[in-house]
Design a protein around this ligand. Structure first.
Ligand SMILES: NC(=O)c1ccc[n+]([C@@H]2O[C@H](COP(=O)([O-])OP(=O)(O)OC[C@H]3O[C@@H](n4cnc5c(N)ncnc54)[C@H](OP(=O)(O)O)[C@@H]3O)[C@@H](O)[C@H]2O)c1
Length: 314
């Protein structure tokens, strides 16, 4: 039996190859510091981000780029793609879909190399409205399909009708995978029991201070990929200066953001950190050349406060 070096099925050889490829491209990026070098190495860096196979066979990068608040900032999106991010997370309500579309255009990367997620907002619930909302997102993104489409907040309205519309769009090849965001257990149970197309992903708030262990076990049990929004808790509760994360990071020459993202990765959770800073975007990608030990993982577990850090959105 091959020796496993981490929890999510990556064997040691694959891990070392990934690390070596990433270290080479990170060095190139770091030394060059100019866009042409970044562009030259972009495929190498991208291939260093492992992917996961969803329950319908679609492959999804295990680390992506969040775009909430990046309205009007296509430069950040283009730079993220140049650095090697391939999963870009947006939503109608962020008002960032046009910036994402423009960032993709500027990046020069072929559409099929990217994994684009958007989300249906509360005001577009119901079968007909969902189809309209979807088309508006496509138009803003300047694309003709989405890799992943989520119901953003199924809190009221005919979200079941929306799901039906999404299923039809899925069958028509306009959406490659369907998912939920911020759903409760009843809603997930309903879809698992009744839908034609099962949810492939559930995107929820998850970080060191809100570890969502129940959802974690539930999603694993049902073969649904967990995806973390606010994987860095937006820095709330002092995440970037937390002494436990800092002590762990010191051993590997990594900062608290990198330890946090590595922690998600080793739990098998897809994370989509956002940053408006080139340096942070690079740091957040540079998590594949070290591994947290079992003791490190155990030290992070008690940071769980078992409650949202975003009560204003509950
Ligand atoms: N489905 C939902 O309901 C939902 C809700 C919220 C978010 N989301 C999605 O999840 C994505 C990520 O969540 P988020 O944007 O709320 O927060 P986040 O990614 O947890 O944190 C973003 C914050 O962390 C800072 N940061 C990033 N990298 C850093 C680093 N290496 N060192 C220090 N600071 C760093 C950023 O500042 P700088 O810009 O200065 O780097 C920014 O202030 C969103 O953009 C969005 O796509 C989904």
């Amino acid at each position: 039996m091959k020796k496993r070096c981490e929890t999510n099925g990556t064997d040691r050889r694959e891990f070392l190859q990934t690390s070596a490829r990433f270290a080479a491209s990170a060095m190139l990026l770091g030394l060059g510091g100019v866009r042409s070098l970044a562009a030259a190495s972009t495929d190498t860096a991208a291939s260093s981000i492992p992917s996961v196979t969803l329950n319908n066979g679609v492959r999804m990068p295990r680390l992506g780029f969040g775009t909430m608040t990046l309205k009007g900032d296509p430069g950040s999106v283009a730079d993220a793609i140049a650095l090697g991010y391939r999963l870009i997370d947006t939503a109608m309500i962020y008002n960032s879909e046009e910036a994402v579309g423009e960032g993709i255009r500027r990046s020069g990367i072929r559409r099929e190399k990217l994994f684009i997620t958007s989300k249906l907002w509360k005001t577009d619930m119901g079968y007909e409205q969902a189809k309209k909302g979807f088309q508006t997102s496509l138009d803003k993104l300047n694309t003709d399909y989405l890799d992943l489409y989520l119901i953003h907040r199924p809190s009221g309205g005919d979200w079941k009708g929306s799901w039906k519309a999404m299923e039809d769009l899925y069958h028509a090849g306009r959406i490659k995978a369907l998912g939920m965001s911020n759903a409760d257990f009843d809603q997930m149970n309903y879809l698992i029991a009744n839908s034609e197309v099962k949810p492939a992903v559930h995107q929820i708030e998850t970080h060191a201070f809100f570890q969502e262990d129940r959802q974690y076990e539930y999603l694993k049990q049902h073969g649904i990929q967990m995806e973390a929004w606010a994987p860095l808790a937006e820095g709330r509760n002092g995440l970037f200066t937390n002494s436990t994360l800092a002590a762990i990071g010191k051993k590997y020459g990594k900062n608290n953001a990198q330890v946090s993202l590595r922690w998600h990765y080793q739990r098998g959770i897809v994370a989509i950190p956002r940053s408006q800073q080139h340096g942070h975007r690079m740091e957040n990608l540079n998590i594949f050349d070290f591994a947290l030990s079992d003791a490190d993982m155990a030290a992070i577990a008690p940071l769980n406060l078992h409650k949202t850090q975003f009560p204003e959105w509950s």
